[in-house]
Design a protein around this ligand. Structure first.
Ligand code: NAD
Ligand code: TDX
Length: 342
């Protein structure tokens, strides 16, 4: 069994590589990654010498290169994590999101058609459903919820999802899609809420909460997401969408306060800054389908997962300090330097 994992040098992809090598001894895992600002080869260091693992630096939009690799490795399954993934960056510059997230997906699926695979899996997001109102806690995203996107990022992910379903219907490509809520855990890039707040709090820097911080996200420990994808690629039905999330809804402001508490830092570090444009209010997944069909349930409660995550960032300072000492500085200045306090 050979599995292509695209975007495997990023946050969730790398956790998935580790999960698969551990859970399925004998499987060959080939990681395809362009190593954008979000991809880190150092993350994959622990498996680089594993004979069941190969890393290939490649852009999923590079049709010729991708076809060559399919010819060479003859993968059985492709799991596509590769994407531009940060909503704020998509608001600044949408173009690369459309290229990688939509056209890259097309190249991978064309290769799957040409060389034949048993399963193409698209890692999507709950953001394709748009958002839910704060005053309707009874509402959740199901697989039937209409697509209704807010940001260039979510629009690009939704476009890719539509294309994946079209390749299934038109060409009979054996596909499935998972739509997951916000992940957290080890190797989360420090531009995202939880690692950014941990890094800033440790440096006694201001903690920039967008608007009032009342927006709700449904947090899932990354290992639980990896187990869900593992189940779907082996036992999930072709042509289906599976929502993945764990009823772990939290307001942003409460998460930031919790991080302050865990690290022994004062809440006076919190700054309410200008809101994200088009900011989604609430995401909340109904995971009934994946539970009923595949027996999946999240195993890590937020209270435990956030402690483990904070401890990981304390134990692995070198990993994130290297990241935030480089080009990230320019990004931070651009995104937060001019953001007015509110
Ligand atoms: P990430 O930004 O940490 O990692 C993305 C990886 O893709 C990086 O290693 C990057 O180098 C690589 N990549 C980017 N463009 C590429 C290209 N053109 N060719 C090859 N590789 C490329 O993202 P993540 O948080 O790990 O998210 C992974 C996937 O999961 C994405 O598809 C994202 O939309 C989806 N998702 C993420 C979350 C979340 O909370 N992080 C939730 C739901 C869904
Ligand atoms: O500095 C910040 N301050 C702040 O208040 C940052 C970076 C974020 N936020 C808020 C915005 C969101 O309401 O925190 C919340 C989470 O923000 P992000 O970590 O940027 O995640 P989000 O926009 O919810 O998207 C994430 O989950 C869905 C991933 O980045 C996506 O790839 C995934 O599809």
């Amino acid at each position: 069994m050979t599995i292509f994992v695209t975007g495997g040098a990023g946050f969730i992809g790398s956790n998935f590589v580790f999960h698969m090598l551990k859970a399925h001894p004998g499987y060959r895992i080939v990681c395809l990654d362009k190593l954008t600002y979000a991809g880190n080869l150092s993350t994959l260091e622990p498996v680089m010498k594993n004979p069941d693992f190969r890393f290939v630096k490649i852009d999923i939009c590079d049709r010729e290169g991708i076809y060559k690799l399919f010819e060479e490795e003859k993968p059985n399954i492709v799991v596509n994590f590769a994407a531009e993934s940060h909503v704020d960056r998509s608001i600044e510059n949408p173009e690369i999101f459309l290229q990688t997230n939509i056209l890259g997906t097309q190249v991978l699926m064309d290769a799957c058609r040409k060389y034949g695979i048993t399963r193409y899996h698209q890692v999507s997001t709950d953001e394709v459903y748009g958002d839910l109102p704060l005053d309707r806690p009874d509402l959740f995203f199901t697989e039937q919820t209409p697509i209704h996107t807010s940001s260039p990022y979510s629009a690009s992910k939704a476009s890719a999802d539509l294309l994946v379903m079209a390749y299934n219907r038109t060409y009979g490509l054996p596909v499935a899609i998972s739509r997951c809520s916000n992940n957290y855990g080890p190797y989360h890039f420090p531009e995202k809420l939880i690692p950014l707040m941990i890094a800033n709090a440790l440096a006694d820097k201001p903690l920039p909460v967008y608007g009032e911080g009342l927006n709700v996200r449904d947090w899932l420990y990354v290992e639980d997401h990896c187990r869900a994808i593992d189940l779907i690629i082996h036992k999930g039905r072709v042509g289906e969408v599976y929502n993945v999330g764990g009823h772990n809804e939290m307001k942003n402001i409460d998460i930031v306060k919790l991080i302050c508490k865990e690290l022994g830092k004062p809440e006076s570090l919190i700054r309410h800054v200008e809101d994200r444009k088009g900011h989604d209010m609430r995401y909340a997944i109904d995971p009934t389908k994946i539970h009923d069909e595949l027996g999946w349930l999240p195993e890590t409660k937020f209270a435990d997962g956030i402690k483990k995550t904070i401890q990981w960032y304390l134990d692995n300072k070198q990993w994130w300090e290297t990241i935030i000492s480089g080009e990230y500085q320019n990004y931070y200045e651009k995104m937060y330097g001019s953001r007015a306090e509110v």
